[in-house]
Design a protein around this ligand. Sequence first.
Ligand code: PEP
Length: 258
Amino acid sequence: MSRIPLMAGNWKMNLDHLEATHLVQKLDWTLRDGRHDFGAVEVVVCPPFTDLRTVQTLVDGDRLEVKYGAQDLSVHDSGAYTGEVSGKFLAKLGCSYVIVGHSERREYHHETDAVVADKLVAAYRYGLTPIFCCGEGLEIRKAGSHVAHVLEQVRAGLAQLTPEQVTSVVIAYEPIWAIGTGEVATPDDAQEVCGAIRAQLAESYGEATAQGIRILYGGSVKSGNIAAIMACPDVDGALVGGSALDPVEFASICRYQQ
Ligand code: PEP
């Protein structure tokens, strides 16, 4: 089964709504100028919550083919949860995707596998496609238990979803030691874990489902290393942090085939 590659930019807590306008316009111009085929490689930006309305207006108004999503969502739909943002609101703003379980949420906001599992369910309640992040820290990698660690995160995260929901989930394998460090995992490192994730998905949900699920790699992706990463048979795209803040660089990543 052919999987459409997905390049998702995680802006983290960078760029206000005015800067977002500039980035999205420049990204769109650069991609169009290079005759980017949006049907062949999907392009997604995930700005801060406060930028989403602006990005929606731009995308709708100018009929852009760039898609957008949020970086997190609440497990709740509404109510007395100060500071939280519901998947219901994100869907209303036209978000297609939402990042769930990023290592920075797990580390700084103490999100456990159980919370991540609840957030995946919340995303599907409102038709949002989750980009579900998993990955090991350096200690686990050094101890050689990274594959087992990631497979357990994947199992726990997907545990509450229906088999039908699992068919559309996007999984992002992000070794924490490679995020924002300039330290990129080798293509063999990425393939080892992404291949193991797909094998586990096949065991749990069947080969057809496993072959249809997109598995991204994330961790210091740049235009200079994306082609080698994309050559891995079980890598279907990238979750990009720092390099997604430069529209020309991110466009080059999206156009890795050219
Ligand atoms: C990320 O935060 O998801 C990420 C992969 O960041 P960077 O590309 O900067 O390593």
